[in-house]
Ligand binder design. Structure first.
Ligand code: HEC
Ligand code: HEC
Length: 379
């Protein structure tokens, strides 16, 4: 079943009926769809290149030409060959990126629903100047025979610096602590930074989420990099598996095989993921995603398992027992100086280099039966 006739028809109708910028889709619905692009693309004021190029003034832009972004040679060639972005070419690209531009480094499988494609194009087009948006097709009086690709405009407002959104705080807020930011931090500012979650659960927000909910979120916002089952796409990090490999030359360290505490999973996802769009997930979303990562690692097995603040502490990670408390502070040489550590001239006389790491050979020897050399060996 091909969806292109439909799109072409919609585009043709839109072009016929309306003189202004017009797209078959609904920009508001497209904003929702764009969440799937956000991990890699930015639009709007101050948009910067992320994993992928920023998409302001995209309509009319020649493929592979956003300034300062390093494209694949495939995308650059496509642009040199005349590919410019409009409703039609975008629809084709977003349906099957790798099918349309062979060798593109956009690791995104494509949007399955034609409506999603229409809507996201309509949304992205709101960040292109209207004149370029629909007048990309040549007018009759135009001397040029082909739609000339428009170069990205330098004078666009996108580089305007973003003003900090915080007002000066009245003295006294923020517990009277001084972080030398020029004024006292507000309670709200401190709360926004203070999001760490500790192994004993301190810092966890209220909320909950199930494996099944997490699966939906993961498919939409994580699988493009981490793979459908956490097995990773290309060289993005693996999130599942690797059990029993920790003693190998090349251990596969994942949440399931290595991580000692579940709190780190929650904290990491909430703080840093999806990559390029950090802090966009709700607390419940993060519970659901954490539950799903547990499921991918067979640490929980039921799809209706619900992770919450209340049962968080009951989950024990498989490798937890292999981590030991760092007790170096109890060793005599640390203990002696604990309250008064030496900070300058701690060795009498001139410091001498007694050994080089290269000679000391900190890399383990190849064992009998190992066929591969250790990876970091120095000759
Ligand atoms: C996993 C990251 C990722 C996701 C998700 C992603 N893209 Fe991309 N996109 C890229 C990369 C990387 C490139 C550059 C491709 C190249 O150089 O071959 C790109 C290129 C593009 C281009 C060409 C831009 C230009 O300047 O020529 C468009 C248009 C585009 N993406 C739109 C989208 C839209 C719309 C979505 C969401 C439906 C999306 N992308 C999702 C990474 C991504
Ligand atoms: C655009 C690609 C991309 C997307 C999308 C993405 N991640 Fe990641 N993820 C990464 C990268 C890159 C790292 C490693 C970052 C680092 O080491 O600094 C990472 C690391 C992680 C880690 C830690 C892995 C480890 O063992 O160190 C977890 C857990 C994780 N991501 C979960 C998620 C979840 C959940 C989502 C969806 C909400 C998501 N990621 C979406 C790229 C991505």
């Amino acid at each position: 079943m091909s969806r292109f006739p439909e799109i072409a028809l919609a585009a043709a109708l839109a072009a016929l009926c309306l003189s202004g910028p017009a797209y078959a889709g609904d920009p508001a619905a497209g904003e929702q769809v764009f969440k799937r692009c956000k991990a890699c693309h930015a639009v709007g004021d101050g948009a910067k290149h992320r994993v992928g190029p920023e998409l302001n003034e995209l309509i009319g832009r020649t493929a592979g030409t956003a300034e300062g972004y390093r494209y694949s040679s495939a995308m650059e060639k496509a642009g040199a060959g005349g590919l410019a972005w409009n409703a039609e070419t975008l629809a084709k690209f977003l349906d099957d990126p790798k099918g349309m531009v062979k060798g593109t480094k956009m690791s995104f499988a494509g949007l399955k629903k034609p409506a999603d494609i229409d809507n996201v194009i309509a949304y992205v087009a709101t960040f292109s100047k209207p004149s370029e948006a629909m007048d990309a097709a040549p007018k009759p009086e135009d001397k040029k025979t082909e739609a000339a690709p428009t170069e990205p405009k330098e004078e666009s407002a996108r580089a305007e610096p973003v003003k900090p959104a915080v007002a000066a705080a009245p003295a006294g807020e923020g517990g009277g602590l001084n972080y030398h930011l020029g004024r006292t931090a507000t309670a709200g500012e401190i709360a926004a930074w203070d999001i760490d979650v500790r192994p004993d659960g301190v810092g966890l927000p209220d909320g909950s989420g199930t494996v099944a909910q997490g699966e939906k979120l993961f498919d939409a916002q994580c699988s493009s990099c981490h793979g459908d089952f956490g097995e990773a796409v290309g060289r993005w990090p693996v999130l599942a598996g690797g059990q029993g490999t920790l003693k190998d030359d090349r251990p596969v360290k994942t949440v399931g095989s290595y991580w000692p505490y579940l709190s780190t999973v929650y904290d990491y996802i909430r703080r840093a993921m999806p990559f390029g769009n950090a802090r966009s997930l709700s607390d419940d979303d993060v519970y659901a995603l954490t539950a799903y990562v547990l499921y991918l690692n067979d640490i929980v097995t039921e799809e209706d398992f619900e992770l919450s603040k209340a049962n968080f502490g009951t989950i024990e990670m498989p490798n937890a027992q292999n981590f030991i408390a760092d007790d170096r502070a109890e060793e005599p040489q640390y203990l002696a100086n604990k309250n008064n550590p030496c900070m300058t001239d701690c060795i009498a006389g001139v410091a001498k280099i007694t050994m080089h790491a290269e000679v000391l050979d900190v890399t383990p020897d190849v064992q009998d039966g190992d066929d591969k050399k250790p990876s970091a060996g120095i000759e």
